[in-house]
Design a protein. Structure first.
Length: 280
């Protein structure tokens, strides 16, 4: 059984929603990434989403674009990202890690070579933002053949037909992009999110994670009432951007700011789930 399935199954038994923080590998300094992954787990993260820096991150807003630029100043490559996962696995063999990135990086490596190396490093799933399911047959075969879950995005504009197509090829979970736009956008309508998540559940029998626009504990708690996972990215990366000094002395400040946010989200999400359980 995959780490992702084990994680979601255990959380379902506990009546809890997964908290998935996103960070960009190598930002704001390569030495920060792995220690921060461990700190996030200690702060209540259930799954880690690790970004692979790319020069043209079309789905990302200015906050994560800037994070990619900072990481690329250190010449962080996809191999470096996989090495971060290997280092993380030396101390943590249970927390799922999913990579988030763009197809160019995987195309350069080759589908099978990438899948083999990612699985060997301890990666559990991959989100490739610009890989549509209609063109993903070889990609999916390589990932699933290596025991990796291909995680696909569902948009607010996705039709029932397209949701079904995604459900036929996805595994691990599906990621509902809760806003029309890029990462870091605001004005999340949680009621609309809940309605769309309900539509997705009618077609896809996988956990549903919701991301984009979740920036505080209150919103995380509200989204946790309808989703199986809450994904938070730009709010974390924005806090990290305040510590851009190219040295390692800022780690304690970065860890404090990031874990403070995650602990507040975890507490609020668990309280919301407890309320639902008592009133069910």
């Amino acid at each position: 059984m995959s780490r992702l399935k084990t994680c979601f199954d255990e959380l379902q038994k506990e009546g809890r929603t997964a908290l998935i923080p996103y960070i960009m590998a190598g930002d704001p300094h390569p030495d920060v990434t792995v220690p921060l992954m461990h700190e996030m787990v200690r702060a209540g993260a259930n799954i880690i989403e690790l970004g692979a820096p790319f020069s043209d991150p079309m789905a990302d807003g200015p906050v994560i674009q800037a994070a990619a630029e900072r990481a690329l100043e250190f010449n962080i490559t996809l191999l470096d990202v996989l090495q971060d996962v290997r280092e993380f696995r030396k101390l943590d063999s249970t927390t799922p890690v999913i990579l988030m990135g763009y197809l160019n990086l995987i195309e350069v490596a080759g589908y099978q070579e990438f899948a083999t190396q990612a699985a060997d490093a301890g990666v559990d799933g991959v989100i490739t933002v610009d890989m549509p399911p209609e063109e993903a047959e070889s990609y999916i075969a390589a990932l699933k053949g290596s025991g990796l879950d291909p995680v696909f995005l569902v948009a607010p504009t996705s039709t029932s037909e397209r949701i079904g197509r995604i459900g036929a090829v996805a595994s691990g979970f599906v990621y509902y992009v809760s806003l029309k736009g890029v990462t870091g956008a605001a004005n999340l309508d949680v009621d609309s999110v809940a309605e769309k998540v309900g539509q997705i559940r009618q077609t896809i029998d996988l956990p549903i994670g919701v991301g984009f626009g979740i920036s505080n504990a209150e919103t995380a708690a509200r989204v946790s009432g309808c989703a199986d996972a809450v994904v938070v990215g730009s709010a974390i990366v924005k806090r990290m951007a305040a510590h851009q000094a190219h040295d390692t002395v800022q780690f304690s400040a970065i860890a404090h700011d990031v874990t403070e946010l995650l602990r507040s989200m975890r507490t609020a999400m668990d309280a919301a789930q407890d309320t639902i359980s008592r009133t069910a």
